[in-house]
Design a protein around this ligand. Structure first.
Ligand code: SF4
Ligand code: ZN
Length: 282
């Protein structure tokens, strides 16, 4: 194991925790774990920081990734003595990603399913904070995507902490100072048994394209991604002050869950409307 790299990542997580008041040792923290390198490394770092936390993994019904993910999360948590639970989107929401029939919008709908299940679980089980293992590169790619058409009201979503609001628990990103390459190197040095298969729907989304754009920018101008994201989060007070009209949530007219449109994404999927309509369109 590369102990100096582990220490470096641990220090960055602890600094992010303090800089953005993410959580205290007394907080009940729920960690969303996919079984990929980021979430398993973050679990090890939280454990090394003596932060009490529980792990939740969602079986999304994606063949063959979901089976592999569930197996690896179970084996990892049992080996490390970490409290965990695995739930299925079928049981929690009556939906499996492979059965969605949502074309290129599958990732958006899957994101809503995950957010809803993680949040409901946190509330039901008394967790005050939900941690997600998005690293600096993930967040920079999301920021670039939201900048493309200057969606100011989306910028807050790229901050390291999203305050509890509208029925959602506080959401934090403890890996916001950590580069993906460092996580990859550490996971390899620890020989972590992470999920290797790539979700087949990831090819449909634009996320990989933003990752490639930023990787290219980093090659041309070393340090670009760091500067791009870190200078953004240094302005977090300014960004938080931006009015966020799209975040004005209302109860879905069908299921009653918080939604940015009169009928939420998941109800639109169930009504077979998603493929024909964009979010928020009449
Ligand atoms: Fe869900 Fe898309 Fe991620 Fe697959 S790539 S798990 S469909 S968000
Ligand atoms: Zn609904």
């Amino acid at each position: 194991m590369n102990s100096s790299l582990f220490q470096k990542i641990k220090n960055k997580v602890n600094r992010a925790r303090r800089d953005f008041q993410m959580f205290e040792r007394s907080d009940r923290l729920l960690l969303a774990v996919s079984g990929g390198k980021d979430s398993l490394v973050l679990a090890l770092v939280l454990k090394a920081l003596n932060q009490p936390f529980g792990v939740l993994h969602i079986d999304l019904g994606i063949d063959p990734v979901s089976n592999e993910s569930g197996r690896k999360v179970r084996a990892f948590c049992e080996r490390e003595g970490i409290q965990y639970e695995i739930v299925s989107s079928q049981n929690e929401q009556g939906l499996q990603v492979d059965h969605l029939n949502t074309g290129t919008k599958t990732c958006a709908v899957c994101g809503t399913i995950k957010r809803r299940i993680f949040n409901a679980y946190a509330r039901q089980h008394g967790y005050q904070v939900l941690a997600v293992a998005h690293n600096l590169d993930d967040e920079a790619a999301m920021l670039l995507a939201n900048n493309r058409e200057w969606q100011f009201d989306y910028l807050q979503k790229s901050l390291p902490v999203l305050a509890a609001q509208n029925g959602f628990v506080k959401r934090v990103k403890p890996l916001c100072y950590v580069r993906e390459a460092d996580i990859l190197e550490l996971a390899e040095s620890l020989q972590l048994d992470v999920v290797r298969s790539r979700c087949s729907y990831s090819q449909n989304g634009s996320r990989l394209k933003y990752n490639s754009i930023l990787a290219h920018a980093d090659q041309l101008m070393p340090g670009f991604v760091n500067r791009y994201y870190l200078s953004f989060i240094r302005q977090h007070a300014l960004v938080q002050a931006i009015p966020a009209p799209r975040d004005t949530l209302q109860p879905c007219q069908i299921c009653g869950q918080s939604s940015s449109a009169p009928i939420c994404r998941l109800c639109r999927v169930e009504r077979g409307e998603w493929a024909r309509r964009r979010i928020g369109s009449p």
